[in-house]
Design a protein around this ligand. Structure first.
Ligand SMILES: *Cc1c(COP(=O)(O)O)cnc(C)c1O
Length: 309
């Protein structure tokens, strides 16, 4: 258990708490760190000598995987789309950490990964593949553990959260939290703020991750209906989609930095926090305990810094 720091940051119309996944002590932390630690348990207990994964030049996931490989002396191969290959603080770190990055047209990504794995095997290597973003049941399971930490916090403080908000991207983090809620029969409302995907596609991806994870836990007998009800995916705040943001998001990032000394970024956490505030207002939610899960992305804060007021 990481038991990432959780504390109250505001006491206005609602009591707003934050859980700092960005402070997970693995190379600038974040949700990708929580997921990768689980993948590396698999790697460390198996007979692998290198890792292959996928992501863009701004990928928090690729930074973490590069770091965890470097710490073990494992070679790390990253395949990414050339459409998202412009240098960032993450890509610079990935380079320093010694990972080998190959950018190809997005349509060629799948085949390039297959070819890389095949050629490594032909050369007598033993590669482990981590899906982009740490997607899949291992990543989902990491966020069931996070949900357990939230329950533990509530028990210690003798309180309950009414809502949990966070940035929802590929949906693994979202899926893990919903699985936690369903497994522990908790009442909390889980609201994923989409950072790019629209409904119904974005929500369908979350649902399929939930079902894939729960398929291994058939004895729990969780109904389709309860899964459906528990999965709230809000696509009102995506702005121009991935890595785009509006003025409100940037103002929110500046305000949160000034008020609380907490860095957020315009792709994920700043967008989600800003969306959360608008959602609370729109739905006239008052006098509730609200938890915002800060999912990390600290290097992206620095990519944005010149845009901040
Ligand atoms: C990847 C990421 C997310 C989204 O997580 P998913 O599990 O892909 O939905 C949110 N915040 C940050 C900082 C991320 O890097």
């Amino acid at each position: 258990m990481f038991d990432t720091p959780t504390y109250k940051i505001a006491d206005g119309e609602n009591r707003i708490f934050i859980k700092r996944e960005d402070l997970i002590p693995v190379c600038f932390g974040g949700n990708k760190a929580r997921k990768a630690v689980e993948f590396f348990k698999d790697i460390d207990s198996g007979n692998y000598d290198c890792v292959v994964t996928y992501g863009s030049s701004s990928s928090n996931h690729c930074r973490i995987v590069s770091s965890m490989c470097a710490m073990r002396g494992l070679d790390c191969f990253i395949i990414g789309p050339v459409e998202a290959s412009k240098p960032t603080y993450n890509s610079r770190m990935i380079e320093i950490l010694g990972a080998e990055t190959t950018f190809v047209n997005i349509d060629d990504v799948h085949d390039t990964i297959e070819n890389k794995l095949a050629s490594l095997r032909t050369a007598g290597r033993r590669p482990y593949f981590i899906p982009g973003g740490g997607h899949g049941n291992i990543g989902t399971g990491a966020y069931v553990s996070c949900f357990e930490e939230i329950l533990k916090y509530e028990a210690e403080k003798n309180m309950k959260f009414d809502y949990i908000f966070f940035a929802s991207g590929t949906g693994t983090t979202h899926a893990g939290l919903v699985c936690g809620k369903l497994i522990y029969k908790d009442e909390v409302n889980i609201v994923g703020i989409s950072i790019a995907r629209k409904n119904p596609y974005g929500r369908d991806m979350v649902l399929s991750s939930i079902k894939e994870f729960l398929a291994e836990k058939e004895d729990l007998k969780i109904s389709e209906e309860s899964i459906d009800k528990a999965t709230v995916f809000v696509d009102d705040f995506i702005s121009g989609g991935y890595a785009s943001s509006d003025k409100d998001t940037k103002d929110t990032i500046t305000r949160i930095l000034k008020l609380h000394g907490i860095p957020m970024d315009s792709t994920y956490t700043g967008k989600a926090f800003c969306g959360m505030e608008k959602y609370l207002e729109k739905h006239k939610i008052k006098d509730k305990n609200i938890l915002f899960l800060h999912t990390g992305g600290t290097p992206l804060f620095f990519d944005d810094i010149n845009d901040l007021a």
